[in-house]
Design a protein around this ligand. Structure first.
Ligand SMILES: [Zn+2]
Length: 227
């Protein structure tokens, strides 16, 4: 491009074209000298430098600047078409995770490599914030005794509630202040609200459909107030 700057300028001045084949010039016959001679003939600086004036206040610049004509095309990628940002927005109806895609107002995936970087930094709360709180955080009833997420949902009270919601007879969401019963154990003393990723609930239900049980080991149960 440096040589093209000089060749382009001398070509424009002399109304000629120049062959851009490589290895035409050598140490004895350098391109700089060749085009330098041509530029000098048309009244330009030998090295292709030119005097510039400030576009702001018109003052002449102290240093001369290497300047010339080169062939190039505009890159059509503009930040206005590419920038992507969201605080909150549309979520996937099944996983409850943010959707992808700039057009849809989605988020930028916080993937495995990003996860690895956060782990490497030891910033666990950032990891929890990105992957749970700002993603698909959910609360679910779980029975500590049998370690099941699903057995509580199968209790008669929950079942009735879900049935009513399906029919549309009640609009209110699940009342989390109510004490729930585990249907497998038939007791309610070990049923707690825990926070889980929504996809985990989905996975548990999907595996249950294939006759695979997920058993949770809940060590520090604590009730979460509200929904
Ligand atoms: Zn149970």
């Amino acid at each position: 491009m440096m040589i093209e700057s000089m060749a382009g300028k001398s070509a424009a001045m002399h109304g000629e074209t120049y062959d851009a084949s490589p290895f035409v010039f050598n140490e004895e016959n350098t391109a700089i000298n060749h085009f330098g001679e041509l530029l000098t003939k048309s009244g330009y600086n030998y090295y292709g430098n030119e005097t510039f004036y400030s576009g702001v206040d018109g003052r002449q610049m102290e240093m001369q600047i290497f300047f010339g004509i080169v062939y190039y095309q505009r890159l059509r990628h503009m930040i206005a078409d590419k920038f992507q940002v969201r605080a909150t927005g549309p979520i996937d109806p099944i996983t409850h995770q943010p959707v992808k895609g700039r057009k849809k107002g989605g988020g930028i995936r916080f993937g495995e490599m990003e996860r690895d970087a956060i782990i490497a930094h030891g910033t666990s709360f950032v990891l929890q914030d990105r992957l749970l709180n700002c993603s698909d955080r959910d609360v679910a009833y779980a029975c500590r005794r049998c370690g099941s997420l699903l057995s509580v949902l199968m209790s008669s009270r929950q079942g009735m509630h879900l049935e009513q919601r399906k029919k549309g007879t009640i609009a209110a969401p699940v009342d989390y202040s109510e004490q729930q019963t585990c249907r497998s154990c038939g007791k309610e003393d070990q049923v707690f609200l825990i926070q889980v990723p929504r996809v985990f609930r989905y996975l548990t239900a999907e595996l249950a459909a294939m006759n695979v049980k997920i058993k949770l080991g809940i060590e520090h149960p604590s009730k979460i107030q509200g929904s």
